[in-house]
Each structure stands twice: as structure tokens, then as C-alpha cells.
Design a protein around this ligand. Structure first.
Ligand SMILES: [Zn+2]
Ligand SMILES: [Zn+2]
Length: 322
């Protein structure tokens, strides 16, 4: 893999493929509100929760809501690969507790079904925590969970993406090799290669010990990711700076360029030819500046600058599906 220019000026000219930048947006008041907000902010993709992420129960999706979501996505000219959902944090597919594991599989089934109904391409979830068991037992529980999930949802199109974590405590997925081995085992068990991918979170990777703070070390980390997971299988990226230092194993998201990753690391990511055409989702802190500018807008502008695009330089016509 070639190391690309990371000075943030003009590098985009050499990087083929579309830069798809978006954010995790609220669905409060209706699912389509997230799409309206994404358009207002000039984004190319979006991530949502399709249900209240802190509740086990979910009201079934309303058919009108599904129609409205699908027609709004079509109106935006977004092809199928621009919408992402993040699964509930309650889900723990690695749990050694049979009841919690069963509830997790049930809720994950609902998450997959909702994505399928809405035509959401990618469902991101954390691998899970093995708590009182062992790493090996936890991984084997996740593989069992996937076997059951894919049995229940045969033929579905939504791709489940294993997200890398900071690897704190008993949380699985801190190393690229670990999520790679997990995906390989799931495929071996289910034969469903197309339905499992990865979501790589920059904050999590950095806090887990992959140093993204300098152009060279970031290029090395991306090469390690490629070697372990294959960049083609990385379907979604989470672009978050980190409040906590590299290797701290603390998950604290920071605004782009304001944390311990900084501008050089994000330039390396957004200008990497092997990572284009993926939804790049910010999960940075929300709010407005005192002047009323959404913080999402500032982060978006920063990323576009680093990609050598002028602010507002998104090629709206050029990124349409047709
Ligand atoms: Zn996540
Ligand atoms: Zn994330």
C-alpha cells in the first residue's frame, strides 16, 4: 500500500472514489428528521438508531414511516450504501448469561429486521463483552449468535458490521486481528460472507493503541488494518477524534482535529484511496457554537479541508447514483 500525501492540500485529486461524509443524527420526532438534518448540513450519508437504544422493547416500525424514509433517501439521490444504523448498546452477543444472550439475539434480530425494512445498508454493532467468562468463550457466543441471527433472517441484504472497540475490560474487538478472526469464524459457520463486514472507529483504534496521530504511524495502522481485515471488508468508518491518549483504552470522542489524533491522522484516513466510497460517520459531540453554527458543520468543514475539498465543495450532482 502506498503512503499518500497527508498535507491535506490537493491530496483528494489523487484519491479516486467518493468521499462520503456524514454524522450520527437524531430521529427524534420521526425517522426522516435525520435525513432532513443531513441534507441541511450538506452531508453525504447518515447514521441513526432505528429504535430507542436504551430500551429492550421496540414499537414495530410504522409502514408510513418506512415509506417516508425510503422516499426521502431516494429524493436525496442516495444509493443504498449511504445509510447506517447503530445497534442498541444493550445488546451483548458475547454474554455468558443465557437469558441476556437470548434477549440480545432477539433484539439484534429486530435491529436487522428494521434495517432491512428501511433499506439501511449497514448495521454497526460492538462485538460484545465476555464479562465473567473468557475471551475464547465470548467469541464463541458471538459466533453462535450470528448462526441464529442469519437463520432467522435468511436472504436479508443488510450487512452487519463488527465495530472495533478500545478493548477495555472484557470488551472484545480491541485488536484488528480479533475482529478479523471473528468475522472469519462467523463466515465459516454460516457461509454468509456478504453479510458480515467491519466498522472502524478512529477514536477506538487510537485509544486501543493504534497510533493515528502522525501521518506515518496512521499509514502503518491502516496497513495493519488492511493486512488483518482487508480494507474491502471495512464497510463503514467512524471518524472521531479522541480526548484520551493513544493506548489509554478510554472511549472519549472529541471534535475532529481537537484531540490526541489531530489533523494529520484524519488527513491520512480521508485521503486513503482504499477507504473511499464508504460512509464516514462522525460521532463527535453535538451542539452549536455561541454564534449558532452546528458543531457538526465545523467538523465536516475540517474533514473536507483535510481532503483538499473547499468548504461546500461536495459534488452533489457527481455523487448521485445515476
Ligand atoms: Zn459504536
Ligand atoms: Zn463508533
Amino acid at each position: 500500500m502506498k503512503t499518500r500525501s497527508t498535507n491535506g492540500t490537493g491530496a483528494a485529486a489523487g484519491a479516486p472514489g467518493r468521499l462520503l461524509l456524514g454524522s450520527h443524527l437524531s430521529v427524534a420526532g420521526g425517522m426522516t428528521n435525520a435525513l432532513d438534518e443531513a441534507e441541511r448540513l450538506g452531508m453525504d450519508c447518515v447514521q441513526v438508531f432505528t429504535k430507542n437504544q436504551q430500551q429492550w422493547k421496540a414499537r414495530p416500525l410504522d409502514e408510513g414511516d418506512v415509506r417516508a424514509w425510503r422516499s426521502r433517501v431516494a429524493e436525496l439521490g442516495w444509493d443504498g450504501a449511504r445509510t447506517v444504523s447503530h445497534a442498541s448498546y444493550l445488546i451483548n452477543l458475547a454474554s455468558p448469561d443465557d437469558e441476556l444472550w437470548a434477549r440480545s439475539v432477539d433484539l439484534m434480530t429486530i435491529e436487522i429486521e428494521r434495517c432491512e425494512a428501511l433499506g439501511i445498508a449497514f448495521l454497526v454493532h460492538h462485538p460484545g463483552a465476555y464479562t465473567t467468562s473468557t475471551r475464547k468463550a465470548g467469541l464463541s457466543r458471538i459466533i453462535d449468535a450470528y448462526a441464529e441471527l442469519f437463520r432467522r433472517t435468511r436472504g436479508f441484504g443488510t450487512v452487519s458490521c463488527l465495530e472495533n472497540t478500545v478493548g477495555s475490560g472484557s470488551n472484545l474487538g480491541g485488536r484488528f486481528e480479533e475482529i478479523a478472526a471473528l468475522r472469519a469464524s462467523i463466515i465459516e459457520r454460516t457461509g454468509e460472507e456478504r453479510r458480515v463486514g467491519f466498522c472502524i472507529d478512529t477514536c477506538h483504534a487510537h485509544a486501543a493503541g493504534y497510533d493515528l496521530s502522525r501521518a506515518e504511524s496512521a499509514a502503518t495502522a491502516i496497513a495493519e488494518l488492511d493486512a488483518a481485515c482487508g480494507l474491502a471488508n471495512v464497510r463503514v468508518l467512524h471518524l472521531n477524534d479522541s480526548k484520551a491518549p493513544c493506548g489509554s483504552r478510554r472511549d472519549r470522542h472529541e471534535h475532529i482535529g481537537k484531540g490526541t489524533i489531530g489533523a494529520a491522522g484524519f488527513a491520512a484516513v480521508v485521503n486513503h484511496a482504499g477507504l473511499r466510497d464508504r460512509p464516514m460517520i462522525m460521532e463527535t459531540p453535538k451542539g452549536d457554537t455561541p454564534g449558532g453554527t452546528p458543531l457538526d458543520s465545523l467538523n465536516l468543514r475540517k474533514l473536507r479541508q483535510l481532503a483538499g475539498l473547499r468548504s461546500g465543495g461536495r459534488t452533489r450532482g457527481g455523487v448521485r447514483a445515476s
